[in-house]
Ligand binder design. Sequence first.
Ligand code: GAL
Length: 390
Amino acid sequence: MRHFSRLSVVGCYFFALLVLSTGPFSVASEPAKATTLAQTPPMGWNSWNKFACDVSEKLIKETADAMVSSGLQAAGFKFVNIDDCWQVSRDAHGTIVADAERFPSGIKSLADYVHSKGLKLGIYTDAGRMTCQKRPGSYEHEVQDIKTYAEWGVDYVKIDWCYAEGLDPEVQYPKFRDAIAQAGRPIVFSICNWGVKAPWHWGPKTGNLWRTTGDISDKYDSMSLIGFSQNGLESFAGPGQWNDPDMLEVGNGGMDRDEYRTHMALWAILAAPLLAGNDLRNMSQETKDMLTNADVLAVDQDSKGVQGHRVWQEGPLEIWTKPLVGGSLAVGLFNRTEAALKMTVDFKSIGAPAAAKVRDLWAGKELGTLNGSYSSVVPKHGVVFLKISK
Ligand code: GAL
């Protein structure tokens, strides 16, 4: 701003216009994050929750095939993401080397295959010295690794935070952002440092999504503790920048139907990234229906891009809302107790009109125009998920 005082009044006017049209001065002076990516929360699949280190090009290709044939692609899922364990070493030039037994054709050829299906490929690394599974990390190889991924045709990178003792995430993660900006390929940047140093404060100018907590597991307690703890983070999310409460466990078998419905509804209200974490090649109809429910996905992907929050709570009973484009509200009535209970949502108290049109999203049923409130029995650990409109 030192030069600012030397500008004429007219110059100031044009300078101000320039700042207004390109964003704040501090951001314009750094290599910018690609703001056109992830305008809605990313949707896809990731290998970790189901397969852990058991990844291979066969699994990734079959998963891409299944994403198409199961209808997930048509429902909006597009990223096929390899998590930890695909990498084994570095060559003499320091270039990262994929496991040749598990990925005999190499990652570039895998990216070509995934792209031929109209899908996108994601990959995983770690900002520290090693990945969590002790594969080579990207520390001091940030630019080189991103360049390699871009050459391979990678579209999404998740960057973990293991073996990063003594490092500062606010220093390390921007190195990848700048490397992505220079690589000349749009790559969605997923920060995975489990909420260390409150990434919602620096994540928006650094990446497209950032994990807010430790790892999810396929249990109601784990999922619900993470999901319901997201209240208060809503102001940091928006198009291109999302809080990430971790990947989905739907279909992995550790929760029942009502618990998985809670998982999906809560993640949709949170405008969370939706990365399926189950075996797409082998899904029950119930799992497929849950993952592809168009009403539920529309809440998550709503173009207003607002993360919802809790509007009412009485102990383990909670009501959350998410404002949608056009003035409608997604409303979740959540019952965290061990027994079915009747819950009531009062329209006025959530800012809905006194006479409102109500749709039950899991039932796929219009309930008509109702006056004042709506009551329903909510199953144990379950949700009644509504869209309330004028
Ligand atoms: C964790 C991360 C998981 C998974 C795992 C791989 O740190 O949170 O989502 O990527 O590492 O080792």
